[in-house]
Write a protein of this length. Sequence first.
Length: 258
Amino acid sequence: MSDDHTPLDGKTALVTGASSGIGHATARLLARDGADVALAARREERLNEIADGIEAEYDQRALVRPTDVSDEEQVTAAIDAATEAFGGLDVVVANAGINREGTVEEIPTERYRSLMGVNVDGAFFTARAAIPALRESEGVLIFVGSFAGQYPRPAQPIYAASKHWVRGFALSLAGSLGAENVGVTIVNPTEVDTEIGIQDDRPAHERFTDVDSATPEAVAEAIAFAARQKPPNVVAELDFYRRNKFSNWTRDADRGGK
């Protein structure tokens, strides 16, 4: 297959939250584009299924690393294992995230800490562990943010706060790491049909009947686009939304979603 069809030929990647939704779709697209992929998430059995599918369909290596991104040691071990197995890392996608709804007065402290542990600590631990390898490869670090990190979310203040943190962190890293030839991108989707609303197992199109949600595959295409940029080019920020829903966010978005 020609380089035109495999723009990431010879490259390596790691994706967190790879067992479902955007992470799963991203891992598949990066493999489609020619990259070997390390899959990091908590559900080992599901990761093994995805790895088998990637290897069978795209003939790319897929490394499974069961990982809770809120655990610093597990994140470091996953990055180290991928770097050793692949001989380096060119793309790291900090995608893992959860959404636990509740007002400030109602949300239990344990639930608050769980959300911040995954969304904030997980992004930080992933970036910190990945930077040395990405500096070596002049690679790219991609964060999955949210429109909730740009606009108020009255119904989800904790989730919104976590995504505002991720956006500030990503844009600040872009400034500091750019001088070291490491690209940093944040992709901000609106509502996506994923499992992120873990208190409710229904997909987004059922939980939010009036929301025209995007597919994980569509968001993954935006992430793959960022991953394909060749140094010194980099896309700093990509906002991904449905054409007919942008005004909902800029006006007074108050529904759940990533």
